[in-house]
Design a protein around this ligand. Structure first.
Ligand code: ADP
Ligand code: MG
Length: 628
């Protein structure tokens, strides 16, 4: 930056954010200090990281720290760090625009009438602007590590529409954020107040946060600053401390700062692992799914440290994709400090960490499922569908995962495990029955369920998009095969009594000629037509052959724009249904045959390929004179 002072405008989004942040977060104003300390700490992490490759960046000041300075006369509070600093261009870019995606989401959430989420501002990367809650002007003076003293920058703004930048000479590397406090915010000039905020929010920051040591001035009868500095936070990364010394509240506060989640975590696990590979893990399960959970490209939520040095956020190699909702920290003693994302993918140490961490998370979930059923149900509601991806992805843990699955069934709307199901299986029942559908309502009213209902046999109702995929990797539980009630012929085997079998056989025989005519009428639509024992109330339903793709999956693929193999369904008819019985002598046979098929198709949740033809047929039928 060579020009003298420049006045620039904030990006439009920043202006909106500024307005929102200062107005809606006022009741929680002290969080500004947490945000600014967190930025200072990030800046030190970045410097430490860059210095791994370029040691001279540390100059003669290798001890990284944050200082809080109060100037009562000037009514300023300064947050100073000797981290990476900013060049002039960086100050303009980072403090005048918002690069992060999700800003719109943030704004709509702040604007909405939900409770004003103070934590949101960190989550969306707009923490710096929270300074304007308590300051009517912020001045930032900075110099990037590696630049000369003449290449410093001063940035200043009153937080309305514009900011000024100008070059300055600055002897030291790093950043001063100087808050000119608003009228009425004198509290934040009080050392005790600042200390209490620091200990609430920033104890776990591993960097020392320093304030002037105070002594009692007997003459004046008040505390007075000295020239000495003292550390006012614990300055030990939480996970490095011994479990016995950490309170539940500390774990929770750390979680909040790590994730900006407003709700406490459902569970956490903290372990030091020794042996072939040595690392510490502190992992949390959130209570609520983030808005972008469904994005499988989203990187995980685990931060990687190596020997206490922050290496990277979202180290996706440390967790399998299906556990991408897990948040936390892993601190390795073995990895090289200059490890890159690419190297992580290949490292054997990382593989060991991933396997170990996966097991820990599963243990944590098993414990919830066993001992805190309500919490597990809450977990399942938000994350169950993601966990299901693990059935296909993680062969080694498939059985453990299968035990963690929960379903809706004809018995209960949620929370049914395979073990629950197995415990309710009927005498002579060999398979675990399920049906897949788009919605629970559609699943419940599937005609394929009728005979199972009548006989009181439970059927699992699977309605997550991932279910079909999961089922292509899961064939049995505890030796009992999983069997779709909409695939293949129903063979209730020992569950059907002799009388029923005979009656069904007779009805089937009687209707044979009709079946043949149906086959001809529907030859372009149905692979086969046959009599079924699975229906009680409905005249007909569609099923697919054992090895074929279910209609539900074919629909999902189509929606996703993929090619689904064009296999035709089988029409099964209920030989005892009056409509079917009447077919034989009905002159409208052809129309009725197609309507039977259309109805079965619609009942499945399918969309008719030729709705107009369907409408024409129905209209023709409706126009028939009403017979007495
Ligand atoms: P976030 O921290 O999530 O990126 P902020 O609004 O808190 O969002 O900060 C915006 C950006 O400003 C940071 O990403 C960083 O590049 C820069 N910044 C803020 N404070 C400092 C600092 N003390 N030292 C260096 N850069 C900083
Ligand atoms: Mg920040």
């Amino acid at each position: 930056m060579t020009q003298p002072k420049q006045t620039l405008s904030f990006q439009a989004e920043v202006q909106q954010i500024l307005h929102l942040v200062t107005h809606s977060l006022y009741s929680n104003k002290e969080i500004f200090l947490r945000e600014l300390i967190s930025n200072a700490s990030d800046a030190c992490d970045k410097l430490r990281f860059e210095a791994l490759h370029e040691a001279k960046l540390l100059e003669d000041a290798p001890d990284l720290k944050v200082q809080l300075l109060v100037d009562e006369a000037a009514r300023t509070l300064t947050i100073r760090d000797n981290g990476i600093g900013m060049s002039g261009d960086e100050a303009v870019a980072h403090l005048g625009t918002i690069a992060k995606s999700g800003t719109r989401e943030f704004m709509s959430r702040l604007e909405g009438d939900q409770k004003k989420d103070a934590s949101l501002i960190g989550q969306f990367g707009v923490g710096f602007y929270s300074g304007f809650i308590v300051a009517d002007r912020i001045t930032v003076e900075s110099r990037r590590a590696g630049l000369s003293p003449e290449e410093g920058v001063r940035w200043s703004s009153d937080g309305t529409g514009q900011f000024d930048v100008e070059p300055i000479t600055r002897a030291t590397r790093g950043t001063d954020v100087i808050l000119h406090l608003r009228e009425g915010e004198e509290d934040f000039l009080q050392p005790w107040k600042l200390r209490s905020i620091v200990s609430r929010y920033s104890d776990h920051i591993s960097l020392p946060i320093l304030m002037r040591k105070q002594v009692w001035d007997g003459d004046k009868g008040e505390q007075r600053d000295t020239d000495e500095w003292e550390t006012v936070n614990k300055a030990a990364a939480l996970w490095t401390r011994s479990k016995a010394d950490i309170t539940d509240a500390e774990y929770q506060e750390f979680y909040k700062q790590l994730t900006y989640d407003t709700e406490p975590p459902l569970a956490y696990t903290h372990n030091r692992v020794e042996g072939r590979s040595e690392y510490t893990q502190l992992l949390y399960i959130p209570a609520k799914a983030p808005f972008d959970l469904w994005n499988r490209d989203k990187r995980g939520g685990v931060k990687l440290y190596v020997k206490r040095v922050f290496i990277m956020d979202d180290a996706e190699a440390l967790m399998p994709v299906y556990l991408r909702f897990v948040k936390g920290v892993i601190d390795s003693a073995d990895l090289p400090l200059n490890v890159s994302r690419e190297l992580l993918q290949e490292s054997r140490d990382v593989k060991a960490i991933r396997e170990g961490s996966t097991k820990r998370v599963l243990t944590m979930l098993e414990d919830l499922a066993e001992n805190q059923k309500d919490r597990y149900a809450q977990f399942w509601e938000d994350f169950g569908a993601v966990l299901k991806e693990g059935i296909g992805e993680d062969n080694a843990n498939r059985e453990r995962l299968a035990k963690l699955l929960r379903f809706a069934s004809t018995h209960a709307d949620a929370g049914v495990s395979f073990a629950d199901y197995a415990g309710r299986m009927k005498e002579g029942q060999e398979a675990i029955y399920y049906i897949t559908a788009d919605t629970l309502a559609a699943a419940k009213s599937s005609p394929q369920l009728e005979i199972f209902r009548k006989k009181g046999i439970e059927v699992l109702l699977l309605t997550d998009r991932v279910d079909e995929w999961m089922l292509s990797h899961l064939y049995e539980f505890d030796g009992k095969p999983l069997q779709s009630v909409a695939k293949g012929a129903v063979d209730l085997g020992a569950l059907q009594d002799e009388g029923e079998k005979q009656q069904a056989d007779q009805a089937a025989k009687a209707i044979k000629p009709v079946i043949e005519r149906l086959k001809t009428a529907l030859k372009d639509r149905a692979k086969d037509v046959r009599v079924t024992g699975r229906l009680v109330e409905s005249p007909a339903c569609l099923v697919v052959e054992e090895g074929d793709m279910s209609a539900h999956l074919a629909r999902l693929l189509k929606q996703a724009g993929q090619q689904a193999p064009a296999s035709q369904p089988i029409l099964e008819v209920n030989a005892e249904h009056p409509l079917v019985k009447r077919l034989e002598s009905d002159p409208r046979f052809d129309d009725l045959a197609h309507l039977l098929f259309d109805q079965a198709w619609l009942a499945e949740g399918g969309q008719l390929e030729d709705p107009a033809a369907h409408v024409r047929r129905v209209t023709r039928l409706l126009l028939e004179p009403v017979s007495g």
